[in-house]
Ligand binder design. Sequence first.
Ligand SMILES: C[S@@+](CC[C@H](N)C(=O)[O-])C[C@H]1O[C@@H](n2cnc3c(N)ncnc32)[C@H](O)[C@@H]1O
Length: 251
Amino acid sequence: VRSILPSMPPSSGAEFYDQPEVEAEYFAPWEPFESPVETLEAPAFWEAVGDVRGLRVLDLGCGDGSLGSDLLERGATSYDGVDASTAMVARAGQRHGPSAITEQRLEALDLPADHFDLVVSLRVLHYVKDVVPVLRHARDALVPGGRLIFTVEHPVITSNESREPGAKRGAWTVDNYFDTSHREVVFLGAPVVKHHRTIEQYLAAVHDAGFAFHALSECAPRPESFGHRQDEYQRRQRIPLFLMMVAQRPA
Ligand SMILES: C[S@@+](CC[C@H](N)C(=O)[O-])C[C@H]1O[C@@H](n2cnc3c(N)ncnc32)[C@H](O)[C@@H]1O
């Protein structure tokens, strides 16, 4: 990770990924079995998603749209994505065509009603101050019975980001857990605003947006996801990094 740029004001998540240094850092390759997105989030996500054949999927904060390629390969009927970052929209548009990917902020969504079977959003909602309106839009975009699956940085992580840049974290401090204001943190080498919420508040938001809550996962490590890197498996046992929720628009 590059050095901190302390004089810069923190970006909102909607602007953050358009900084070329951040984009480069975000797409920098990981050592095998060290990316927690691959070892922790992905196994929990694909287990929760199950069979996607025939589903029309919307991805809120789609990034480069690589998830869409995996969904289509597994038989999803269609994949649409929205993202606030021009750079991400360009990358995703190259994969899926410009009509499938639109540049939108989650705070000002314009979506078709009663259209999608599944709405996903991976590691995006902690950049959004008010999640209930976003989740309401997601509910209205789903067909009755359609599902929502989202992940966020785990609240024990967003509570207190105390770490030296570049260091592999060896200790974590959960602090100010019930102070659910925003946090200005350094991530991918640059300052950004993240919004900390408790698990209880995420659950309440899902409920307030009109969803039936189905399941919650903390994306616990599974030894089989770490190949020969069982040392990484042991390290990932220490603290949760992601919170995932599964909910359904009532039929
Ligand atoms: C950690 S990346 C995850 C990307 C993608 N979901 C994935 O799993 O690869 C976060 C994404 O959220 C987008 N984002 C952040 N805040 C946003 C907002 N307010 N509205 C729309 N997109 C936002 C960023 O541009 C970025 O592409």
